[in-house]
Write a protein that binds this ligand. Structure first.
Ligand SMILES: Nc1ncnc2c1ncn2[C@@H]1O[C@H](COP(=O)(O)OP(=O)(O)O)[C@@H](O)[C@H]1O
Ligand SMILES: [Mg+2]
Length: 259
């Protein structure tokens, strides 16, 4: 048995954490997500790429309950159909996401920002438990010393990590990251990359939407490619960079430079 086949068989022993079938979302006549079928195994680190407007953020909005898909769509999380469940409910079940555009509560400090969004409606959670989780996640993202700073004075790089901390605080099984490297300096991006690797090494399943392909392709194990709402390719970064349809829809002649 080669090392490759060993790691493959370890992979197959993991259960399917997310499986979407016939997933669609239309905005008036526009098919933003068009009949997507895919599945992700527990512990995988996945990338989603595709041109602007391909439906990547809409896909995340559907999985995390911010949008409701068309009839006939199925989203199975750990074997349960989660279509129609609200974001708070899904966070409780183990799905968290970050946003392409960070949107903190400007006048709350970093610690409060990490705590407040996770108080589910009609649920009592002791504030000390929440505070402990928030403090732990701020330490994880290296923002602990700024926990009392109001969000409006934090630079963009800190806000991206604050958003990350907010999703870590719910200790998700599945984490959806929407352009986690956008607007970051080389050094800040490296920090976030390390954070993603560490979370994945601890067993968290992570799906990343990203345009910075160099960093994404070295980070993820498998890539899905969306184009005009459709899934047009899936495979290892190496396979994706050799996929003709993906090259003509998105990667272009630079495809080989990313892997
Ligand atoms: N709330 C919305 N209402 C109408 N159209 C939308 C909405 N959200 C996204 N779209 C459209 O759906 C398509 C996919 O958008 P999006 O998922 O944001 O793409 P991506 O994240 O891949 O750039 C785009 O054409 C976008 O304009
Ligand atoms: Mg987007």
């Amino acid at each position: 048995m080669t090392i490759d086949t060993i790691s493959e068989s370890t992979q197959t022993s993991k259960h399917v954490i997310l499986k979407v079938s016939s997933l669609s979302k239309h905005f008036k006549g526009l098919k933003a997500v068009n009949n997507v079928n895919l599945s992700v195994k527990s512990g995988e680190l996945i990338g989603i790429i595709g041109p602007n407007g391909a439906g990547k953020t809409t896909f995340f909005n559907l999985i995390s309950g911010f949008l409701k898909p068309e009839k006939g769509s199925k989203i199975m999380f750990n074997g349960d159909n989660i279509v129609g469940k609200r974001p708070h409910k899904l966070a409780k079940l183990g799905i968290a996401r970050t946003f392409q555009l960070v949107r903190p509560f400007k006048f709350l400090n970093a610690l409060e920002n990490t705590t407040v969004p996770h108080i589910p409606k009609n649920t009592y959670v002791s504030s000390s438990v929440l505070k402990n989780k928030a403090t732990w996640s701020l330490i994880e993202v290296d923002l602990a010393e700024k926990k009392n700073y109001p969000a409006f004075i934090l630079p963009h790089g800190d806000l991206k990590r604050l958003d990350f901390a907010r999703s870590l605080a719910v200790q998700p099984q599945l984490l959806l990251l929407d352009e986690p490297f956008s607007g970051l300096s080389h050094e800040e991006a490296f920090r976030v990359e390390r954070l993603i690797r560490e979370s994945n090494n601890k067993g968290m399943t992570i799906i990343i939407v990203e345009h910075k392909l160099k960093i994404l392709m070295r980070l993820v194990q498998r890539v899905f490619v969306l184009h005009e709402g459709r899934l047009i390719g899936e495979g290892s970064p190496q396979e994706i960079s050799n996929n003709q349809e993906v090259i003509s829809a998105y990667l272009g002649s630079e495809a080989k430079e990313y892997v």
